[in-house]
Design a binder for this molecule. Structure first.
Ligand SMILES: Nc1ncnc2c1ncn2[C@@H]1O[C@H](COP(=O)(O)OP(=O)(O)O)[C@@H](O)[C@H]1O
Ligand SMILES: [Mg+2]
Length: 339
């Protein structure tokens, strides 16, 4: 079992920034798998701490969970809480999620039972007196609660999946939680006398508590099942730039690799990434818009290359100027003539 810091180091290779969330997630996963190993070995009761990730769309919630599951070598599935609320038969839908987990585990029940399930958009399950949905958000919360606590679910094929040791990670944007936090700060009894206290105070105040989730509209039992809460930051322009370049599988690396197979070197100047990040910031969907903008930029290049086998280099100096397609690498600058 990897230590939390090792998990974070691994996450760093794929996920840019979000260090607070990485740390909380790493500790939660580490604790969870140790507790469940002990529970299995000594048949003691497992007290589960499922995790809630709060962050705007496109800030890396799904990517974090995906990467985490890959690092741990655990089967992983994602599901959408809004989809659950749209179906009349929530339990069938939940059964289908666990079936997918079992498939991911290659049919190995024991492996599936130690997998990860990410349920996105749980903030959309808040209690409202809106009956347009097939199932009320509240009853979906209750259905999820049961599997999050740990229960035996019978799948269509007749197998039973015990969810006790499955780690559930919930996600959501929780728009409006800031306002709730502002009103719920109740740490006035700490002394303000030194900078240290202020730091602790700031950290505690930024922390979302289960009671804040109640105020948001989650039912107490459900909120109570999500004691570990991590928040992801909105992406800055600098983070967007890094996302295009740094990760192991960054978009830039992917395109460079792709062109390399045609014997073409792709060079994109730093200012171009800034220009793309500027546009992406406007879209307000986090890093989600980067790929689309990038693909548009590359269309002309990918269109031209197959017809021009002599192209050896593609240089993009500005997002708003056509890419330069160069036939060969420049000859070395001629040596200065000797006097
Ligand atoms: N912090 C990040 N580091 C690297 N890539 C990111 C990050 N945040 C988002 N992305 C990229 O943006 C896209 C959307 O991210 P995703 O994890 O699905 O967002 P969310 O689940 O928070 O809505 C993915 O292609 C992902 O690779
Ligand atoms: Mg997502």
């Amino acid at each position: 079992m990897m230590t939390p810091s090792e998990i974070v180091r691994q996450l760093d290779q794929d996920v840019v920034g979000q260090s607070e969330a990485k740390k909380i997630l790493a500790v939660a996963v580490y604790t969870h798998f140790r507790k469940s190993a002990r529970a299995l070995a000594e048949s003691v009761e497992l007290v589960k701490s499922n995790v809630l990730l709060i962050g705007s769309t496109g800030t890396g919630k799904t990517l974090l969970c995906e990467t985490l599951s890959r690092i741990l070598g655990a089967p992983f599935v994602t599901a959408d809480a809004t989809t659950l609320a749209q179906t009349e038969f929530v339990n069938n839908e939940i059964e289908a999620i666990l079936q997918r987990l079992l498939d991911k585990a290659g049919g190995d029940v024991a492996r599936a039972q130690r997998g990860l399930v990410f349920i996105d958009e749980v903030d959309k399950l808040k209690a409202v007196s809106d009956q347009s949905r097939a199932t009320s958000g509240e009853s979906v919360q209750h259905a999820l609660l049961k599997i999050m606590e740990g229960s035996q679910v019978r799948l269509r094929g007749g197998e039973y999946i015990d969810t006790t040791h499955i780690l559930f990670i919930c996600g959501g944007a929780f728009v409006g939680i800031e306002e709730i936090l502002k009103n719920s700060q109740s740490y006035g009894y700490l002394s303000f006398s030194d900078a240290d206290n202020q730091t602790i105070l700031n950290r505690l105040s930024a922390r979302v508590k289960p009671t804040d989730l109640l105020a948001f509209g989650l039912v107490p039992e459900f909120a109570g099942r999500l004691p570990v809460i991590a928040r992801l930051q909105d992406l800055s322009k600098e983070m967007m730039v890094r996302i295009m370049i740094e990760p192991k599988e960054s978009i830039y690396r992917q395109y460079r690799e792709m062109l390399k197979t045609d014997g073409v070197e792709l060079i994109i100047k730093p200012v171009v990434f800034e220009q793309i990040a500027d546009i992406a910031m406007e879209y307000k969907v986090g890093a989600r818009s980067l790929r689309g903008i990038f693909e548009e930029l590359m269309t002309d290049v990918l269109y031209a290359i197959p017809d021009n086998p002599s192209i050896r280099r593609v240089v993009i100096e500005n997002l708003f100027e056509p890419p330069r397609l160069l036939a060969e690498t420049p000859a070395k600058a001629p040596a200065a003539p000797k006097e």
